[in-house]
Design a protein around this ligand. Structure first.
Ligand code: SF4
Length: 290
């Protein structure tokens, strides 16, 4: 590449992908036609990693509707302290696949609006779902069908999650809270919503294998979640990282948590993980060496 990239977070252009109007007028570039193909692969991997690390979602430092119901209270504490990533994250490929499908569906429902000649669907509409210590919690809802007064949240999931949600009959608390939070945002803004839904679509399967969960909107679910986050935020804003010791943990994919640090004894330097997870890891290691 003529312009070196890295580390992952750099000043990255946000928009623009001009097509040359005349291929015969292209400015010359260095001749790398004999370079090993691995150099091309390195460039491709670096560009994708950089682009994903610079996605607005990756850089968001304030809590959003999808995190209001995070299973781990300590995670929320770290987030509300504005903690930087302590555990280097791999390329977020699976979320990126989900983002790609969201973009596809966003276009589909904009086109549907154009076709019917009215704004039946609100697509990726930003709403304020509530406040925590006076700070607005905002986020964009995937879809609202104004005819059915229903929010829809797309979840692009693998076969295991799809199987689990079909047998459980309901989503995780976190997804449920997120769905109700958007509904609250719309109702507060004057758009009537009386039902919420989560449409699970397979990332690795056929469309018809998807599963639509729904239930009536219940504002209390959101108020409870906001109260929890407000209590956690009040604690950590008052006593800093010391407050993290008082917050309950949960088995929430600790190994992938941005605040995880294996064996840490100082929460300011990182969280050692939920005891249930670390006990399981220890048991696994012991069984390997027994
Ligand atoms: S590592 Fe696990 S227990 Fe610790 S903050 Fe992250 S999710 Fe919570």
């Amino acid at each position: 590449m003529t312009k070196p990239l890295g580390p992952n977070i750099i000043e990255w252009p946000e928009t623009g992908h001009p097509q040359p109007s005349d291929l015969a007028d292209l400015a010359p570039v260095p001749d790398g036609s004999n370079n090993p193909v691995e150099e091309l692969q390195d460039d491709i991997d670096l560009i994708i990693a950089t682009d994903l690390a610079n996605a607005p979602r990756s850089k968001k430092t304030t809590i959003g509707p999808s995190e209001l119901g995070h299973e781990c209270s300590r995670w929320i504490g770290y987030k509300q302290l504005g903690t930087q990533v302590l555990n280097p994250q791999p390329i977020a490929w699976r979320p990126a696949v989900g983002t790609g499908v969201h973009a596809l569906l966003e276009g589909a429902f904009h086109r549907a609006n154009t076709y019917v000649g009215s704004t039946r669907f609100l697509v990726e509409q930003k709403v304020t779902v509530g406040e925590v210590l006076g700070e607005p919690i905002t986020g964009s809802c995937d879809l609202v069908d104004r005819v059915n007064a229903t929010t829809v949240d797309w979840k692009i999931v693998g076969p295991t999650t799809l199987r689990k949600v079909k047998s459980a009959g309901s989503p995780s608390d976190r997804y449920r809270i997120q769905a109700h939070a958007y509904a609250r945002g719309f109702n507060r803004a004057g758009v009537r919503v009386n039902r919420v839904s989560v449409y699970y679509l397979p990332s690795n399967g056929e469309y018809y294998e998807g599963h639509l969960w729904h239930e009536p909107y219940d504002e209390q679910i959101v108020l409870n979640a906001l109260s929890r986050v407000e209590a956690i935020t009040t604690l950590v804003k008052n006593v800093g990282t010391t407050g993290l010791t008082l917050l309950p943990t949960a088995d929430a994919y600790c190994g992938r948590c941005p605040y995880f640090r294996a064996g840490s004894t100082d929460l300011a330097q990182g969280c050692p993980g939920d005891p249930a997870v670390t006990n399981r890891w220890t048991a696994n290691i012991n069984s390997l060496i027994a």
